[in-house]
Design a protein around this ligand. Structure first.
Ligand code: ADP
Length: 611
């Protein structure tokens, strides 16, 4: 033990400032932070004891017991601080340590036993002749140093075990402790008058404060962790919603499919047809809702893509009119519609999404207008090869209160319609619409007077198809057959592969008008077996999402067969991600999304089964 008290005295203000900052500032109550608090507190006490030690040596001859007590207390401090540091290192390396009551009791008992041994063992004090240098020796000192050395070895063992994580800046103080600690012990061994150890510990506390234990940094870290967890939970929710919607879609598709068949059937009485119509309407609304949930969960998880391709604008407009008329039903509403004749026939964009957003504001107008009119207008401005579409839907409906306008595009917000349960809806439509419009680089706005009506406007840029590409599109259009014309394919055979029995039945029904032979199997392996056995088909409709072996994996195996040449069309309920290009890349010849759209099926049948 040296006599120079310069180091502990100079460390004292540092540790006081850190303590004030740390203990009086709000901080996270984690194990690490608690241990850090203990490290500073014990270090403060250690500095005081170390300062006392130099006096202890001076009074040693007259007051041996008091002097030895102070010196042994310092040894106890050294051992306690190192043990706390060991716990700190263990804690940053593994979160398994539980600071419960039984652990605290065990730790305290251990410290008490070691302390008792330190106090029981003898200690000697060396005093130089000029009385300038003092230090302690003896078995008490040796024992305390041995215990501390064991802690240091344990710290080293933890570092070796976690060597992969050592780049983490959390370990910086540990390396400093080992490096500066070793240097200071060496210096102290050569020049015992330098009281360096506690000073080094103060410096480590200081560096920890400015690096990893700063309450502000810790708060930010905790906030980031909370944010990550919230994001993970949100993603889990989105995944759950999307898989649930997926599952619900399958039986729902069967309901829609079978009911549509019943409506066309001559065997069904008119009275029953009325009921079937209602079933179709109800399941249609349910499907809309499920698709909405699927859309919003995909948008939130960042999985929804805008898939652009060439489309025919007038065709989309006509479909919108038909669907809106169906929605207006027998309400006595004046429905006016027009579009700028300058709009080119072919545009390039995500027609499905464009149609979806326009249909949503049209449907809302039909829903929330009981009498009067709905005006649907599309005007345009052309700049080079971009056309700006100004889509407006004006109605004389219930209108929206001023205070609700801001909430209009938030999900699940239904404005002031709580009491009016006659209007069905979920408050999802406009939230999806706004996000889709923004994803397509457009804007949606609303003006409304409560009780009088509303105007929704969407501004959207689309590319114009020009030149050679346009010529080709026009040429191919001539060759496409009439949408509704069903060919006679009685000499052809189709294999449908789907793990869901209901889906197979729906597909069979939809294929009936073509009079072709339809075989159904419920797994990829059965499909492979049939082809391997030499059965001949003209087309395979292959579901992708099947257990054991997916459609895509089945296709790979089919293509491995040298003579395999049958066109394979992917069937998938995964319509939202717009997987068409993906499937074509995988080697499928075409793609049909579920619920199978009759005209899409007709297109596929025409393409692959027409003579
Ligand atoms: P919902 O499924 O409830 O129709 P939306 O997100 O499409 O969900 O619409 C949110 C709310 O905005 C509706 O519940 C309705 O209160 C209001 N709203 C939307 N369009 C109109 C409109 N044209 N006229 C009056 N209110 C409307």
């Amino acid at each position: 033990m040296g006599s120079g008290i310069f180091f502990p005295v100079s460390a004292l203000p540092i540790i006081i400032i850190i303590s004030i900052n740390f203990f009086f500032k709000e901080h996270i109550k984690s194990n690490e932070t608690k241990l850090y608090g203990w490290l500073i507190a014990t270090n403060f006490v250690g500095l005081l004891i170390e300062i006392l030690c130099s006096y202890a040596c001076k009074i040693h001859i007259q007051h041996t017991i008091v002097s030895e007590f102070i010196l042994k207390t310092y040894l106890t401090y050294l051992m306690v601080w190192t043990s706390l540091f060991l716990l700190y290192v263990y804690n940053i390396s593994s979160n398994k340590l539980k600071f419960n009551l039984s652990f605290k009791k065990f730790y305290l008992a251990f410290i008490l036993v070691v302390t008792a041994i330190i106090y029981l063992l003898p200690i000697d004090v060396y005093i130089s002749i000029d009385q300038q240098t003092f230090y302690s020796m003896g078995s008490s000192v040796n024992f305390a140093y041995c215990v501390s050395a064991v802690y240091v070895i344990m710290i080293l063992a933890i570092l070796i075990k976690n060597y992969k994580n050592l780049k983490n800046k959390k370990y910086l103080p540990v390396f400093l402790f080992l490096a500066i600690g070793t240097i200071s012990i060496l210096i102290q061994l050569i020049n015992p008058q330098y009281l360096l150890l506690t000073y080094v510990e103060s410096i480590i506390c200081l560096i920890m404060y400015f690096t990893i234990e700063n309450p502000d940094v810790k708060m930010i870290e905790a906030l980031n962790i909370a944010k990550d967890q919230a994001e993970k939970a949100n993603n889990a929710k989105s995944d759950f919603l999307s898989s649930m919607s997926h599952e619900i879609r399958t039986p729902l598709n069967a309901i829609v499919g079978f009911s549509s068949e019943l409506i066309d059937s001559d065997e069904v009485r008119d009275k029953a047809k009325e009921d079937v119509k209602n079933i179709i309407m109800a399941s249609g609304s349910l499907l809309e809702l499920v698709n909405g949930i699927l859309d919003i969960s995909k948008i939130e998880a960042g999985k929804l893509e805008i898939i652009e391709s060439n489309y025919k604008f007038p065709k989309m407009f006509d479909e919108l009119i038909l669907l809106t008329k169906a929605r207006i039903g027998d309400k006595s509403l004046e429905f006016n519609y027009s579009y700028d004749k300058n709009i080119p026939e072919y545009l390039y964009g995500d027609s499905t999404r464009v149609k979806q957003v326009i249909l949503n504001i049209l449907t809302n107008s039909a829903k929330y207008t009981q009498e009067g009119f709905i005006d649907f207008k599309i005007t345009s401005v052309i700049k080079e090869d971009i056309i700006r579409l100004n889509i407006s839907v004006e109605d004389s409906g219930i209108g929206i209160k001023k205070e609700y306008i801001d909430k209009l595009f938030s999900k699940f917000e239904r404005l002031g319609v709580e009491k009016d349960t006659s209007v069905e809806g979920t408050g999802l439509g406009l939230a999806i619409t706004k996000r889709l419009v923004e994803m397509m680089g457009g804007k949606i706005e609303v003006q409304s007077v409560y009780g009088k009506g509303s105007i929704f406007t969407i501004v959207l840029d689309q590319k114009i198809v020009k030149g050679e590409e346009l010529e080709e599109l026009k040429k191919s259009e001539i060759t496409v057959k009439n949408d509704d014309e069903k060919i006679d394919a009685s000499d052809k055979s189709i294999l449908v592969v789907d793990d869901n029995g209901l889906n197979l039945k729906v597909a069979q029904r939809l294929l009936e008008p073509y009079k072709c032979k339809v075989d159904c199997v419920s797994s990829g392996y059965e499909c492979i077996e049939k082809i391997a056995n030499g059965e001949k088909y003209d087309l395979i409709l292959l579901d992708d999402m099947m257990p054991v072996i997916s459609g895509s994996e089945t296709l790979v195996k089919l293509k491995e067969m040298p003579t395999f040449e049958i066109p394979v069309v992917a069937l998938t309920a995964n319509a939202i991600t717009g997987m068409k290009e993906e499937y074509l890349k995988k080697g499928f010849n075409d793609y049909l999304s579920k619920p199978i759209d009759r005209s899409e099926l007709n297109r596929v049948i025409n393409k692959y089964l027409a003579k």
